[in-house]
Design a protein around this ligand. Structure first.
Ligand code: RIB
Ligand code: CA
Length: 318
């Protein structure tokens, strides 16, 4: 049986690749997609999502608009990373499909509660929609298999020195989601930054004959200003798509169940604190309030070549 999932996205160059992979993989059943402000403003996220579904030749599936901004912070679109329209240099034709008129929270609630088996929520964006869902309809947690989220880091950040973008954009939402006690799997920057497609492959796709290959090549080839002097660099990262790949090839990653908290104050705001210590019983007195930390399955290492190959194979681009 394919894994039933609801995707929460802020499309976004790498969300676009995640959507392409999810709707094309036979082991995944995308029940619907909820959109949230993040990489781009919400209307742009919804439009990009609809366009990429058309480009994928995806079946009709519900797409809903959600939160226009984080719970406390103003929206802070990452134009410097994803370009002014959110898809880098890629220009897709206007969407032939429309979003549903219900809100993301209502759509997620219906999809999860009506499904005969537990559903996996795959969160690839700031977790505002998820927090609103779990606060409005806590009973939804009863039919969730787990929450797989791209976010956080057990090492360095990207939005700040220590905070990853999705967590930093809405730290309160992330804290609410972690506190919900739904089993969680964290696909953070430690693995996100290790799954890439070679430059020559991306260039060949972008300039090749396959329409889907041209879309993927353009998304992969989008250059991001990473260095301090703002020179744009090729990364070839498949980004959020890697989190979706982990659903169907979990053995490509090494994970550990670790206590995790989201820092809400000061310079560390938005940081995921991942307790990697190996404490014996005798050392328990030095543990920091372990009951307040959530045990999360954290992906720490990945076979990047294996996931990149899975991504291209699934899209018929290998
Ligand atoms: O930090 C990377 C994450 O932030 C990805 O989900 C990307 O799409 C952005 O939302
Ligand atoms: Ca994203």
């Amino acid at each position: 049986m394919p894994i039933p999932i609801v995707l929460d996205v802020d499309t976004g160059v790498d969300d676009a690749m995640a959507i392409l992979f999810a709707v094309r993989h036979p082991g995944i059943d995308v029940l619907g997609i909820s959109c949230v402000a993040g990489n781009a403003p919400l209307p742009q996220v919804v439009d990009n999502t609809l366009r990429i579904l058309d480009a994928a030749g995806a079946p009709d599936l519900p797409v809903a608009a959600g939160a226009v901004r984080p719970l406390l912070e103003p929206p802070r679109a990452a134009r410097h990373v994803h370009g002014p329209a959110g898809l880098g240099d890629l220009v897709l034709p206007p969407a032939r499909r429309e979003a549903v008129s219900t809100s993301a929270v209502e759509l997620m609630r219906r999809l999860v509660l009506e499904h005969p088996t537990p559903v996996t929520l795959v969160a690839l964006a700031p977790q505002t929609n998820l927090a609103l869902l779990l606060r409005t309809y806590p009973e939804v947690a009863g039919n969730l298999e787990r929450i797989v989220f791209m976010g956080g880091s057990a090492s360095v950040g990207n939005a700040t020195a220590v905070a990853e973008f999705n967590m930093w954009h809405d730290p309160e939402a992330a804290a609410i989601v972690l506190d919900s006690n739904v089993p969680a799997y964290m696909y953070g920057l430690d693995v996100f930054n290790r799954v890439a497609v070679d430059h020559e492959v991306a260039v060949a796709l972008e300039h090749g004959d396959d329409p889907l290959g041209r879309v993927v090549g353009s998304l992969l080839g989008h250059r991001v200003a990473l260095s301090e002097d703002e020179r744009a660099e090729y990364t070839g990262l498949i980004g959020d798509a890697g989190a979706v790949c982990s659903l169907v090839d979990p053995l490509a990653l090494r994970t550990e169940v670790r206590p995790v908290r989201v820092e809400l104050a000061g310079y560390g705001r938005g940081q995921t604190l991942v307790d990697l210590r190996r404490l014996s019983r005798g050392e328990s007195m030095v543990q920091a309030h372990p009951d307040e930390w959530t045990r999360v399955e954290v992906a720490l290492e990945v076979d990047g070549e294996r996931l990149a190959r899975l991504f291209l194979d699934t899209l018929g681009l290998a």
